[in-house]
Design a protein around this ligand. Sequence first.
Ligand SMILES: *Cc1c(COP(=O)(O)O)cnc(C)c1O
Length: 394
Amino acid sequence: MNVNTQNFPLRPAWTEIDLGRLRRNLQLIRRDLPRPVKWLAVVKDEAYGHGALDVARVALEEGAWGFGLSTLEEAMTLRDAGIAAPLLLLGERHDTELEWCVAHHLTVCVNALHTVRALARLAARFGKMVPVHVKINTGMSRYGVRWDEAMPLIEAIAAEKALLLEGVMTHFSQSDETDKTFANVQLARFNEVLQGMAQRGITVKLRHTCNSGGFLDLPHAHLDMIRTGILMHGVFPSQVCRKIEGIEPVMSVKAQIASIQTLKPGEVVGYGMRYTASSVRRIAILPIGYGDGFPRVRNEGCALIHGRRAPLIGGIAMDALAVDITDIPQAQMWDVAVLMGRQGHDEITVRDIAKLKNSVTYDVLTNWRLRLRRKSVHTVLPALPAMAAEPVPV
Ligand SMILES: *Cc1c(COP(=O)(O)O)cnc(C)c1O
């Protein structure tokens, strides 16, 4: 028997990542995108909890140009794993990070003149041509240089021989709602910057603005590249955005029944006695709790067992929750329950969990704790029909 410390069995609660489904989603996104438009896979925060390296490897095979990340550590993890594709660090870099970025070919977004100077010095020291993207603040007011003050920064970059102005980008504050008025204001501001550049003869390879919502709903803003995050994982950024048929969730959360109890009328369950049985009830304990990222609910939500809904009863604990299985008599110890995802013909969606949390789907995906280990599965899906050939210009 192998009892070394690395080879212990996984606990009976886990997140399941279907890399076959991920691949299909990426194929559907790629097909929906006009061929010349490049695609940056945003894999920050462990690809929204799906595992950045696994997602990056599939995305490279499906034609990603490169990856969007938030922190230096995230980017270094991909580089150390041998990913050679462009890695674009979104947001702002502290001066102490720039040397690492240049040494490891990480592409930074430049928002200020002093970063241009610091990068130019490092580029000269390393004897490298360093690509940079300029982030334009067109109304999100998070990172970037204001659209009406951007030209001096862009000219400064263009004047540095060791820097290559590879990209100019902006980010929408509202791309997936029905009302696109402000998104179009932002795009018009961005276009002002592009016109200013054209007047000065400053060229750039990658103009990019669209996150998942923009990709779906603002085709006139695709420009040279899109940046998708949540859509890759089969979750639409909003309920009103355009849907692409066949895109489905990649992540599920599962646990096995770890205890079965029978309650007599009047008996209670869990901390705080939040549930009292009104009749004889059969209940199952699932070994997953708020310490794993499940919302801290009381008598709300459900799990799927044998494809049926078992309502959550009582208050959830750090490591356990209770569900009522009186109506699922075939349920037994170690049967698999689905807390998020599909079982049989029913599904608990990411949005259902977001409602329990009073939050958004992004928060749900990224906040399952790592003590729920990720198990990858590879559903084999039938090949998509061949794409119609692009019309040949005459
Ligand atoms: C996170 C992020 C994205 C991806 O957004 P989704 O809505 O998940 O597609 C794109 N661009 C930037 C700048 C981001 O920070």
